[in-house]
Design a protein around this ligand. Sequence first.
Ligand code: SF4
Length: 381
Amino acid sequence: MNRIATLLQQRLLGWYDRQRRDLPWRTTTDPYRLWVAETLCQQTQAARAAAYYTRFLERFPTVAVLAVADLTEVLKLWEGLGYYQRARRLHEAARLVCRQHGGILPRTAAAWRLLPGVGHYTAAAVASMAFGEPVAAVDGNVRRVLARLAAADIGDSLPRQMTVVRAMAQALVAGTRPGDVNQALMELGATVCRPRRPRCADCPLAAACTARQDAVIDRYPLRSPRKLRPVRPFVCLLVQCGDRRLVVRRTTTTLLSDLWEFPTDARRDGEDDRAAAERHLGELGLTAQHVQPGPALTHDFTHFRQQLQSFWVEVATPNDLIDVDALWTTPDRLEALPLTKVTRRFWHLWSEREAALGRLTAERSRSFAPEFRPASSGGGQ
Ligand code: SF4
């Protein structure tokens, strides 16, 4: 390792030993626990992932327990975090480890990468933290820190940024504590070298940071030009039959597969929202007594924005549905299902509406209640 890398590493580790947050996976070198933690932390802030980590490991303490679990239960524990494909792949990989490797987890980053859902970053993070392999784990936080440090060298070149950042990260993990170096860089990016308003005065690497010296921090890391996210209109049917609500299971070939949702469909060319809602009711084989517009929501996926118009629908009979896995369920049971995020948001609005209607009914019945009049105005008992 060259002299500058050694100096940076010492400062980084010194800072990490003093300042790191108390996160539940920081006290373990168990590869299963670290794998779960790193999977949870993808696309999710560490503080938020921490609560899920504890609950997940209470229910699935080992890879063997996870491997025999029902996917629905795994998805339920993941609910609210989004990016459900992570949970599905984790479950699938646990099964593969138990089926093909006797439940023994890999020891090297290269072997980790053979598991479903495990990319360069997760493989390097787990192998370095659990087994001390000197491999760099470069996530968005690490890229930001290193790109700012090396801004003068990177200039305006995106390919050069990738090469420089990788080489720096790899140089820094040489030595006895590769897992801690990886964690320290992630921690620095998450807490000090933040995307906006970095806390440079608290940064252990400030003396070496060329973006700071040249006052160009906001330019780094360089990004590829953003594509505009297309907006796609959908209708969502909030169907009720007495105390039952209708939910359907998404098929295994779609986005968010195996999660439950209120019946939802894309609006087709030439349709307005109501026409799309009525068409979808017909496709499901439902005859509605009342259909009226409900709340609208938008939900962002990575590659498109979903614009949803809901409809309150009342039906007289909870009949079988055509071509879908459907459930007429009570509110309590609905709460226990793994739901899509949009369905949970609509359910929240639905519950609020019902509470408001309940209050209104109670107020009305109070205002129409006969006044109490004493049987005789002057008599005592
Ligand atoms: S000095 Fe500021 S911009 Fe540079 S690495 Fe540290 S926190 Fe980031």
